[in-house]
Design a protein around this ligand. Structure first.
Ligand SMILES: Cc1cc2nc3c(=O)[nH]c(=O)nc-3n(C[C@H](O)[C@H](O)[C@H](O)COP(=O)(O)O)c2cc1C
Ligand code: SF4
Ligand code: SF4
Ligand code: SF4
Ligand code: FES
Length: 595
């Protein structure tokens, strides 16, 4: 970055790329060249900025101006106005709730974030190893190989308090130490980039935006446990992340940061990439190992744990992408620094993917101990469309809902468990008053039931039976005994399923039943869905004080079940209504309601 006076950082993450960020980059480069500024200002295609909902997004340095919802046609104005005349373009600036433009230093979205794992995402060109090196890249590997024993590395990571970010929260340094202690001429270090949680894209963004941080960490881990081979298991649906990872691996090999005798220290290490077919269960470490070996992606019983008997029956260490992305910084800044961030038992930060009914959809990295309220209202910009917050699902299909009562709970592994959910890998789906909790539970159970590998009966058959009950309830055919059966089945599956998928699959049902039992009861006993989301239970009615008798709804109704004369209040025949919703769409006076 050195020789340029300024930079235009354009997000090259999957979200912005799908909105033609590549075209914006070419247009900017063209306009800069046309005006003779191409030697002064560099356009850099970076990884995700996190603020995906406002993409395509770019940032101009050194003045930190953030432009949002940019398109190709804006390139001319950006170069002519901002670069040449030094004038900010008002209409492209991000504006806060007060309507005032904000740069990235005072944007609420970033103010409470602490970016360690995402430190280089949105800052460097992930396809250029020199930029990674320019931001302290491979310094930690150099330090480890030249100054530390493997035992010291394991100890340092243990002292930092880093816990696995893939969901389980197991202490990383301890896992490394267990694998290190195994005596074997061949060991493996694996990176779990399967990321099967629907709605989560933390790991994809790290690999797209900063692949070298994972490569460097895997080399450090390889040295610590005594492995000369690393494997990144990544789902094939992540083409951009795979491409950038492959480029990064090639560059690291070219300058001797992978391969034989790394940095002249005698340490040999290289990394292979293995593509997964996108099965959720293959994120479970033993299923992942089976899949790498070319077997069916089914979990094995543990013990033996992979650290004792893993890939090809050799001691292996599996860690998550985000876990790895923290490692180089921990080595460079020291374990005490890392341990000073977060809570007593959960150190450092966590990346969350914010989705659902929230204003700022995207990725954020926050210190452990922050509250959900801060994430949703300060970083997430509050509820979309001013709607009422109802619940947030953390932990994806394995987690549970957290309600208003717990919005001020400081987030860490243990506190989320205590309130009936879990940290999981970082998916966070925010729900409002229009979300039916029975439908939410059904959505997650349909997912896990579909993804069950079928190896053990409680999960294969139990989740199917639970799903059938939920389907019945949402179709208006719920039975009085359904709630008790769901609880009993759910607990049985949790206790007897073979792997984490089955052991956690009932959680969304059990947790929504715990917090929103009355919604289940309404569906079953009153044939009523308060949100109208369950179409079969939806009830359309006409508000007498709003209906002006325009007749439009009656003319649109496919079964002619709306009666009323011109300029008189109309009425729906509930028995004949097929709940198609045409009247709701047709009425221009908000007289038709669904509920
Ligand atoms: C059904 C299931 C899916 C999982 N999916 C992932 C995943 O996509 N990524 C991940 O890192 N860990 C996933 N895990 C957790 C892994 O088994 C393992 O604990 C983790 O990769 C270890 O890395 P960590 O200690 O760095 O978190 C999954 C576990 C289960 C039971
Ligand atoms: S719990 Fe489900 S996913 Fe896990 S082994 Fe059993 S059937 Fe397969
Ligand atoms: S469209 Fe609306 S206002 Fe017109 S008759 Fe129907 S309910 Fe009344
Ligand atoms: S929901 Fe469809 S069927 Fe029912 S009253 Fe409205 S238009 Fe008619
Ligand atoms: S993909 Fe561009 S900000 Fe996330």
């Amino acid at each position: 970055m050195g020789k340029y006076n300024g930079h235009i950082l354009v997000c090259g993450g999957t979200g912005c790329m799908s909105q033609k960020a590549e075209g914006i980059i070419s247009a900017l480069e063209g306009k800069l060249a046309e005006n003779g500024y191409d030697q002064e200002i560099q356009v850099v295609k970076t990884g995700c900025f996190g603020f995906c909902g406002a993409g395509p997004i770019l940032k101009i340095l050194p003045d930190n101006t953030v432009y949002v919802k940019v398109n190709e046609d804006d390139a001319d104005t950006i170069v002519n106005e901002h670069i040449i005349k030094g004038r900010r373009i008002e209409r492209l600036l991000y504006k806060g709730e007060d309507g005032k433009p904000q740069d990235d230093k005072n944007m609420n979205f970033y103010k409470k974030q602490y970016r360690i794992a995402l430190r280089n995402c949105g800052l460097i060109d992930p396809e250029n190893i020199e930029e990674y090196i320019g931001f302290d890249g491979y310094q930690a590997l150099g330090k480890v190989l030249s100054e530390m024993t493997p035992e010291e590395v394991c100890k340092l990571v243990q002292d930092s308090g880093l816990r696995g970010r893939g969901g389980g929260g197991f202490p990383t340094g301890l896992k490394w130490e267990f694998t290190r202690r195994e005596v074997n001429e061949q060991k493996y270090i694996l990176c779990n980039a399967d990321e099967g949680d629907p709605g989560a894209f933390m790991d994809r963004s790290i690999l797209e935006g900063d692949p070298h941080s994972v490569i460097e960490a895997m080399a450090i881990g390889g040295y610590a446990i005594g492995a000369d081979t690393g494997i990144v298991y990544i789902r094939a649906e992540y083409p951009l992340a795979i491409t950038r990872l492959e480029i990064a691996l090639k560059q690291a090999r070219e300058i001797g940061l992978l391969g034989n005798d790394i940095m002249g220290t005698g340490f040999n290490f290289d990394i292979k990439v293995k593509l997964g077919a996108g099965a959720f269960v293959c994120g479970e470490e033993t299923a992942l190992i089976n899949s790498v070996e070319g077997k069916r992606g089914e979990p094995n019983k543990k013990p033996p744990f992979p650290s004792v008997e893993g890939l090809w029956k050799k001691p292996s260490c599996v860690n998550n992408v985000e876990t790895y992305a923290n490692i180089p910084v921990i080595i460079n800044k020291g374990p005490e620094w890392f341990a000073s961030i977060g809570t007593e038992k959960s150190k450092g930060t966590k990346v969350f993917a914010l989705a659902g009914k929230i204003n700022n959809v995207g990725l954020c990295e926050v210190p452990m101990g922050i509250t959900l309220r801060e994430i949703i209202y300060d970083i997430g910009g509050g509820m979309f469309d001013g709607k009422e917050f109802k619940a947030v699902q953390t932990g994806g299909p394995s987690g549970g809902v957290i309600t208003k009562a717990d919005l001020d709970t400081p987030i860490d592994y243990d506190s989320l468990k205590a309130i009936g959910s879990m940290m999981g890998s970082g998916g966070m789906i925010v729900m409002d008053e229009d979300n039916c909790m029975v439908s939410i539970a059904k959505f997650y159970l349909e997912f896990t039931q579909d993804e069950s590998c079928g190896k053990c009966t409680p999960c294969r058959v139990g989740t199917k039976r639970m799903y059938e009950i939920l389907e019945r309830i949402t179709n208006g055919q719920g039975r009085p005994e359904d709630i008790d059966n769901l609880i009993q089945l759910g607990n049985m599956i949790k206790d007897t399923a073979l792997c984490g998928l089955g052991q956690t699959a009932p959680n969304p049902v059990l947790s929504t039943l715990h917090f929103f039992r009355e919604e289940y009861e309404e569906h079953i006993h009153q044939g009523f869905c308060r949100t109208g989301e369950c179409t079969a239970l939806a009830k359309y009615s006409i508000l007498a004080d709003k209906c002006i008798g325009c007749t439009l709804c009656a003319r649109k109704c496919p079964v002619n079940c709306i009666s009323g004369k011109v300029k008189e209040v109309h009425v729906i025949d509930q028995q004949a209504c097929i709940k198609c919703g045409a009247c709701l769409t047709a009425c221009k006076f908000d007289a038709v309601i669904k509920g």
